[in-house]
Design a protein around this ligand. Structure first.
Ligand code: FNR
Length: 185
């Protein structure tokens, strides 16, 4: 049985992050051959092109994690109608030096939860723009804009609402099939 490693990029550093909960819940909905690794981004320095020739250890670690993955899953909140700066910083780091991007060709999924009613739609659109430039094939449908509601996550971290659980399972089935298809290419 082939194993598929998924590098998970969570756009929030917050201890009680809804997006981290969503990432954990999604991993529990995937087939067993899918292994999810949450990439650490809180110890990356602010990106500075002067350091391209000698990237610090956390940057090398992140690039190795991306390189070793068969797919990337972005789970991010929306900050001021875009993606959080910490996520953009991580994306920039792993895209450099020029010609040595870790992202190129990796199939990506984009999803997020926010307290706002549009459920990270603007952030996802900005992220899709970036991923297109980075040459990452990105799952188009179904789109998943999750607005937080009472009971979305239960105390065990599972999705507590039936309609949300069904929708997220469908999304995850499509995402894992998408990664499998790309692994065959
Ligand atoms: C937000 N939040 C937010 N929500 C939204 O729907 N659209 C937005 O543009 C913003 N902007 C924004 C900016 C900043 C700086 C913060 C801190 C928050 C609210 C956001 O959805 C909420 O804090 C989520 O809980 C963040 O996700 P995590 O940390 O729970 O994963």
């Amino acid at each position: 049985m082939d194993t598929f490693r998924i590098a998970v990029m969570i756009g929030s550093l917050r201890q009680d992050s809804l997006n981290r909960k969503l990432a954990l819940a999604l991993a529990g909905m995937a087939p067993p051959e899918f292994k999810f690794h949450h990439c650490r981004i809180d110890d990356l320095p602010p990106y500075n092109q002067d350091d391209d020739g000698r990237p610090p250890e956390p940057v090398r670690r992140l690039k190795t994690e991306i390189a070793d993955a068969q797919g990337v899953l972005f789970v991010t909140p929306e900050y001021n109608r875009s993606i959080p700066g910490v996520l953009k910083n991580a994306i920039d780091h792993a895209s450099r030096p020029y010609g040595q991007s870790a992202w190129a060709g990796k199939p990506a999924g984009v999803i997020g939860v926010s307290v706002g009613s549009i459920g990270t739609a603007m952030a996802q659109q900005h992220l899709r723009n970036i991923l297109a430039y980075l040459d990452m094939p990105t799952l188009g449908q179904p789109e998943a804009f999750i607005a937080n509601r009472e009971g979305l996550f239960d105390d065990k971290g599972h999705v507590g609402l039936d309609d949300s659980r069904r929708f997220l399972q469908t999304w995850m089935d499509r995402y894992t099939a998408w990664v499998r298809d790309h692994a065959k290419m």
